[in-house]
Design a protein around this ligand. Structure first.
Ligand code: D5M
Ligand code: FE
Ligand code: ZN
Length: 641
C-alpha cells in the first residue's frame, strides 16, 4: 500500500491525516488492515488523524479476535494478557519527517515587476436607475452593473468546467437534490418519506470556540463585539452554536427555517395561500369571470420537462406539494424558469387547471433585494478583501504575498501606496488560508509543507507581520482544518493560539459589521454548483454567481450538491439582512459587481495554477487585491504580481 493511497482513503472519509500517522500506518506489517481499523474507530470529532488517534493495542486485539472468530473458537481469550498480542509500539522507528526541516519554497519564477499603483483602478458604480415607487423589480429585469477591466483576462475557464471533474462526495447527500426520487421525499417531513440513512451520518462539531474570543466574549445569543479603534461585531456565525447531529428531524427543522425566512421575504410582495388550500378548490377555475389568479410560495422540490418541452416545477410548502407548469410559449417566463434551482424558495402566480391538478404559471418571484435598499454609511477607511492564500502549497506565491505584506506595513516604494496603506483598517480573509492536506486527490504532490499545523504556524508568522492596528478577520474554507460541512465553525483554539491579538476568527459563512458596515463573508463553495447549473454564470465573472445567490437570498440554494450542508436549526445561508458587501473567494478568480447598492466581491488567490486547474483549464487570478473604501464603497484593485 502506497502512502498516497493511505492519504486518499482517509480523505474519502472526510478526514485529514498527519504525515507521522501516514508513516505509522505505512510501516505497520498490515497497512490495509490498520487503516481500516483506524477509520472505523476514529472519533468523529477528529479533523486531522494523528498518531494519537491510532490505537495499536486495540488493533492488535481486534486482529487476534477476528482470527479466533474465523477459526471457529467461540471462547474469547483475555486479550490483555495474551503474549501474542504485544502491540507495535508507536515509539518503534518510523520514518517520520522532521517538521523543522520543511521550508517554504517560494516560486522563484514569480517576480514583482509591475508598479502596483499604476494598476489601481476604480470600479464605477453602474447600478441602473432605481425605481422609487416600487420596492422590487420584476425578476427578469435585473441587470447588474458589471465590472470589466483590462486587468481581467477574458477567460479563466474555457469549455471544461470543474463540475465535470471528480469531486469528493459530500459527507451526506440530500434526500432532496440527488438521484433520489424527489417527489417521494419531503422537505417538511410530509408523508412517510424518510431520507436515506446516509443523511444521518454527521460529524459532531466539537471545535466550537464560543469561548474563544480573547478580547471580549458575551453570552450565546448576543452579538460578539470586538471594540476599539477598528471595531468588529459578529452578527451571525455558527461558531459555538452548532446543534447538528444529523437526525432526521433536524433536516425538517432546517428546511422549515429556510422556508419560513425566505417565504416571509416574498410574502411582502404577493398574497400567497397555503398549498393545501388549492385542493379545496375555493377559487374560480374558468367560467364566468375567467380563471382566478392565485399565488403560492414553495420550495422547488423537483424540476422536470414534459415531452412537449414545457417545464414542471414541483413546489412544496409545509402544507403540501403542487406541480406548476411553465409553458414554453411564454419565452420570458420559460427562460426565467430555466434558471430556477432545486431547493430554492420562490413565489408563483398563476391559475389552476379545470381538473385542479396543475397550476399554469404566469409569474415567478424570487426573494431578491428591494430596489430602494440603502447602504450603511458614516464609516471611513479601507477594508482589504482577500482569500485563498493556500500557505503550504508549492504553488503558493510567496514573493507576491511578501510584497503585499510590505504594502500593509507601509513599506511600499511609492508614496501613494504608503498613504493607501495608512488608511487600511481591516483585512478580511474569506477562507483557504492554508492548503491543508488530503483535500483533493494527489494534493500531496503539490505541497511544500506536509503538516497542516505547520502550515498554520507559517500562516500565523505571516499574519504577525500585519501592523497591530489593522484588524484581521479569518474565516475558513474547504482547505482549512475544520469540518468540511457548512456552516463551518471558526478554526480551533489550538490553531488560533498561534495568531496575534488583532486577529478575529469567525465561521463560514459569517455576517460581521466593520465599524457600521455590514459584510457577509462566505468562502464560496456553492459557486462551483452555480456555474454548473445556471446558464451564463461562469468562473470568469465569479461575482455573477454571487449575484445569483443574492437574488435567491441564499448562499447555497441547492442542498446536497458539492456543498455539504449541516442541517442546523437556523439556516445560516439565508441572506437576511441584506449586507452592504458580500465577500466570497474559492474559485481563485477576481470579480467585482454591484447590485442594488450591494457590493459583491470575489477575491482572487495567492496560489498559482495547480495541476488540477491546468487539466480543467481554470486560470487563476493570483496576487490581485480588492480594497474597499468603507465610506463610499469604491473599489480599487492592487496588483502584487
Ligand atoms: O478551489 C479552487 C477551484 O478549483 C474551485 O473552483 C474548485 C476547483 N478545484 C481545485 N482542485 C479541484 C479538484 N481536485 N477537484 C475538484 N475541483 C477542484 P480550492 O478549494 O481553492 O482548491
Ligand atoms: Fe482556494
Ligand atoms: Zn476553496
Amino acid at each position: 500500500m502506497e502512502r498516497s493511497s493511505i492519504i486518499r482513503a482517509v480523505m474519502e472519509k472526510a478526514y485529514q491525516i498527519s504525515p507521522e500517522a501516514v508513516e505509522l500506518i505505512y510501516s505497520s506489517d498490515s497497512p490495509e488492515d490498520l487503516l481500516e481499523y483506524v477509520l472505523s474507530t476514529v472519533n468523529e470529532s477528529v479533523i486531522v488523524i494523528g498518531i494519537e488517534d491510532i490505537n495499536l493495542q486495540g488493533f492488535a486485539a481486534s486482529r487476534k479476535a477476528s482470527k479466533l472468530i474465523y477459526t471457529g473458537n467461540r471462547e474469547y481469550p483475555d486479550f490483555e494478557t495474551s503474549s501474542e498480542l504485544e502491540p507495535i509500539s508507536p515509539s518503534e522507528p518510523v520514518t517520520s519527517p522532521d517538521p523543522d526541516s520543511i521550508i517554504v519554497n517560494p516560486d522563484p519564477a514569480v517576480e514583482s515587476s509591475q508598479d502596483p499603483v499604476s494598476d489601481a483602478i476604480s470600479v464605477p458604480d453602474t447600478v441602473p436607475g432605481t425605481v422609487r415607487n416600487m420596492d422590487y423589480e420584476p425578476v427578469s429585469d435585473t441587470q447588474p452593473g458589471t465590472f470589466k477591466s483590462e486587468e481581467v483576462p477574458p477567460s479563466y475557464l474555457v469549455s471544461n468546467s470543474p463540475s465535470a471533474a471528480k469531486t469528493p462526495p459530500p459527507i451526506f447527500s440530500s434526500s432532496s437534490s440527488q438521484a433520489i426520487n424527489r417527489l417521494a421525499s419531503s422537505f417538511f417531513g410530509q408523508e412517510s418519506s424518510l431520507p436515506s440513512s446516509s443523511n444521518r451520518i454527521f460529524r459532531e462539531e466539537l471545535y466550537s470556540s464560543a469561548s474563544g474570543s480573547r478580547l471580549f466574549s458575551s453570552s450565546r445569543d448576543e452579538y460578539k463585539s470586538y471594540p476599539g479603534r477598528n471595531p468588529v461585531t459578529v452578527i451571525s456565525d455558527i461558531t459555538g452554536h452548532s446543534t447538528c447531529v444529523g437526525e432526521y428531524m433536524q433536516f425538517v427543522q432546517y428546511f422549515r427555517d429556510r422556508y419560513s425566512r425566505l417565504s416571509e421575504i416574498i410574502r411582502g410582495r404577493i398574497n400567497a395561500r397555503p398549498i393545501e388550500s388549492l385542493k379545496r378548490r375555493n377559487f374560480r377555475r374558468g367560467g364566468e369571470g375567467g380563471f382566478e389568479e392565485i399565488s403560492i410560495i414553495g420550495m422547488v422540490s423537483d424540476i422536470s420537462n414534459t415531452t412537449n418541452g414545457h417545464k414542471i416545477l414541483s413546489l412544496e410548502d409545509p402544507t403540501g406539494f403542487f406541480p406548476v407548469l411553465i409553458r414554453n410559449s411564454d419565452k420570458e417566463l420559460f427562460e426565467q424558469a430555466s434558471r430556477i434551482l432545486l431547493d430554492e424558495v420562490i413565489g408563483v402566480t398563476g391559475s389552476i387547471t379545470n381538473d385542479g391538478s396543475l397550476m399554469l404559471a404566469t409569474k415567478l418571484i424570487q426573494p431578491d433585494v428591494p430596489n430602494n435598499i440603502q447602504r450603511r454609511t458614516g464609516s471611513h477607511g479601507k477594508a482589504v478583501l482577500i482569500s485563498d492564500v493556500h500557505v503550504g502549497s508549492s504553488k503558493f506565491l510567496e514573493d507576491a504575498w511578501l510584497d503585499f505584506l510590505d504594502f500593509l506595513k507601509g513599506e511600499s516604494d511609492l508614496e501613494s501606496m504608503r498613504e493607501l496603506a495608512a488608511s487600511v483598517r481591516y483585512v478580511v480573509i474569506a477562507g483557504d488560508l492554508v492548503d491543508g492536506i488530503g483535500i483533493y486527490p494527489d494534493q500531496e504532490m503539490e505541497l511544500d509543507i506536509l503538516n497542516v499545523y505547520e502550515q498554520y504556524r507559517k500562516a500565523a508568522e505571516y499574519i504577525r507581520e500585519i501592523p497591530e492596528h489593522i484588524r484581521v478577520i479569518i474565516s475558513p474554507g474547504n482547505h482549512d482544518a475544520v469540518r468540511q460541512a457548512e456552516p463551518q465553525p471558526a478554526l480551533p483554539e489550538s490553531i488560533q493560539a498561534d495568531f496575534p491579538e488583532n486577529v478575529i476568527f469567525v465561521g463560514n459563512p459569517a455576517l460581521i459589521e466593520l465599524d457600521g458596515v455590514q459584510l457577509l463573508i462566505y468562502h464560496g463553495r456553492s459557486i462551483d454548483d452555480l456555474v454548473a447549473s445556471i446558464p451564463g454564470v461562469s468562473y470568469q465573472e465569479p461575482a455573477g454567481a454571487v449575484l445569483e445567490m443574492l437574488k435567491r437570498r441564499h448562499l447555497a440554494p441547492t442542498y446536497g450538491s458539492r456543498v455539504s450542508i449541516s442541517p442546523e436549526k437556523k439556516d445560516y445561508f439565508v441572506i437576511d439582512p441584506v449586507p452592504d458587501i458580500i465577500h466570497t473567494g474559492h474559485v481563485h478568480t477576481l470579480g467585482v459587481q454591484r447590485y442594488k447598492n450591494v457590493l459583491l466581491v470575489n477575491s482572487g488567490t495567492w496560489q498559482d495554477q495547480t495541476e488540477f486547474q491546468k487539466r480543467v483549464n481554470l486560470v487563476p487570478m493570483p496576487a490581485r487585491v480588492p480594497i474597499v473604501d468603507l465610506e463610499n464603497f469604491d473599489v480599487k484593485i492592487l496588483a502584487f504580481d
